[in-house]
Design a protein around this ligand. Structure first.
Ligand code: FAD
Length: 476
């Protein structure tokens, strides 16, 4: 048997499971169909580390969210060098008739173990969130909510898993799963066959296909579309907290989201769609998001928007599906990981290890587990004195490639050394190309650095993998 565990999917779920398994003496392989990790749902979300409120107190996702939030605050952010910003959250209401609903959310949150919940009045809000509109009357204050860069969270987990011995193979789409001759699984991906005792399915929107390939067609994934609109960094201080309205039946509503990197964001919508590849944004979506956001902060304007994107939540019913499929021994499905999946991932990973152990996987801790990952340099987060020190040591930190987001040539080089192979991989790791000019000024510089670091011609460089090449032929 080649591997003890094969994980399908290198989104936040697969990456967190890989890192958790890498604590033990196991051979673990992650297979990812895209050119890099974090190119699925985990790249297109709000980046909120939810506290756990707005989930039914009996739900699996509610408990895993509270535990995921705790793990982030107490261990993961510091261990993995992540910029976690605990800004807190407000769930606002527009009239006294909504207060009983806030009280219900508070009581349910407390049942789940969320700490520090407090209903605050307009005077508190005037002092702490001065841009709120006059319609807002009160709010539930949730102090443990925070923000993270979702892709850098995935990269940190997978890098640390690999450092601890897990293997990652990208551009390997799983197309067939067969029963192994000596038990276990034979997984066909990228023209190769990989063998393992256990198969963990963390394939996001395609988890239903993978489970069916393995012989357990037990659920369907319905994409729930969420359009998000990014605002200019000039509006960075528009809100001090993440601001929510009361939740609707299918989502937490249209939010005003500070992001960990500064640009505020508004959204997301929540509408079920059929097409798992439909990442379009729409005029109706924009109208819905602007109306929802302006009701809470009226000064938000359409001209503040610099970019938009869409993400598809992988939904199957109302809760996560995390279980061993008894009809297919050795298969663990980790599916329907809708929101708050980003937050819950570290807790999901612990739960998956327990399931694997219960089904016969021996979890013997390694003598040495490298828990810590050095924090990468991001000049936009570094005070000027420290930037000066960095440039004195290495002048490439003073060679600014992306002026919108203040990213240096050295940071681009570091991101490639850490695994970036595409322009989007560089963007997600460094923020170069993520500003107002959308890479208009820096793309060619980044391509040059990629050519030098990777030793490939410009024609081999892509935005996000094969089919997205930027240059067809080099001029002689
Ligand atoms: C608009 C929006 C906002 C959200 N906001 C938040 C938030 O603020 N906080 C929060 O906690 N959660 C949030 N979520 C939810 C969160 O983004 C998801 O729960 C999470 O990203 C799911 O991660 P995943 O790893 O399960 O899926 P993915 O990230 O999609 O990973 C699955 C991976 O499997 C790969 N794959 C698929 N098929 C195959 C195959 N055949 N072979 C090999 N690889 C394959 C894919 O390429 C992909 O990389 C939001 C979601 C959306 C859409």
């Amino acid at each position: 048997m080649g591997y003890d565990v094969i994980i399908v999917g290198a989104g936040i779920t697969g990456a967190a499971i890989a890192r958790e398994l890498s604590r033990y003496k196991l051979r673990t392989l992650v297979l990812e169909k895209e050119a890099e990790p974090a190119f699925g749902v985990s790249k297109s979300n709000s980046g909120i580390i939810h506290a756990g409120t707005q989930n039914p107190p009996t739900s699996l996702k509610g408990w895993l969210c509270v535990e995921g939030n705790r793990l982030m605050r107490e261990e993961i952010a510091s261990d993995l060098g992540l910029n976690f910003v605990q800004c807190g959250q407000l769930i606002v209401v527009f009239g006294p008739s909504d207060i009983p609903e806030l009280e219900k959310i508070k009581a349910e949150g407390e049942q789940l173990g969320v700490k520090g919940l407090e209903i605050v009045d307009r005077a508190w809000l005037d002092k702490n969130e001065p841009n709120l509109g006059p319609e807002v009357k009160a709010a539930l204050y949730v102090p443990s909510t925070g923000l993270i860069s979702p892709y850098r969270f995935v990269y940190a987990l997978i890098e640390n898993a690999v450092k601890n011995g897990a293997e990652l193979k990208t551009s390997r789409k799983v197309v067939a799963v067969r029963a192994g001759e000596q038990g276990g699984f034979e997984v066909v991906a990228g023209g190769e066959v990989f063998r393992s005792r256990f198969l963990v399915n963390a394939a996001g929107l395609y988890a239903d296909d993978i489970s069916a390939l393995a012989g357990a067609p037990t659920f369907k994934i319905i994409p729930r579309k969420g359009e998000e609109y990014l605002l200019d960094k000039a509006r960075e201080h528009i809100a001090n907290h993440v601001i929510f309205p009361l939740p609707s039946g299918s989502s937490k509503g249209i939010l005003i989201i500070k992001t960990s990197d500064g640009n505020p964001m508004i959204g997301p919508t929540a509408h079920d769609v059929q097409d798992k590849a439909d990442l379009s944004t729409t005029e109706e979506g924009l109208r819905e998001v602007l109306a929802g956001a302006r009701r809470m902060i009226p000064s938000i304007s359409k001209s503040d928007i610099i970019a938009y994107f869409c993400g598809l939540r992988p939904v199957s019913g109302k809760d996560f599906i995390i279980r061993h499929e008894d009809s297919c021994p050795g298969l663990v499905n980790v599916a329907g990981i809708q929101s708050p999946g980003l937050t819950s991932a570290p807790a999901i990973a612990v739960m998956v290890c327990d399931i694997l152990k219960k089904h016969g996987l021996e979890l013997e801790p390694k003598e040495e587990f490298h828990r810590l990952r050095p924090r990468p340099v991001h000049l936009f987060q570094v005070p000027p004195e420290e930037t000066r020190r960095l440039i004195e040591k290495n002048p490439a930190y003073g060679d600014i490639v992306c002026r919108c987001e203040l990213v240096s040539a050295q940071e681009v080089r570091d991101s490639i050394k850490r695994g970036a192979r595409t322009l989007d991989g560089v963007k997600f790791r460094t923020r170069a190309q993520a500003g107002r000019c959308h890479g208009g000024f820096c793309t060619t510089r980044i391509m040059k650095i990629m050519q030098e670091e990777l030793g490939v011609p410009a024609t081999a460089l892509t935005k996000r993998g094969p089919g997205s090449e930027l240059i067809k032929e080099e001029r002689k």
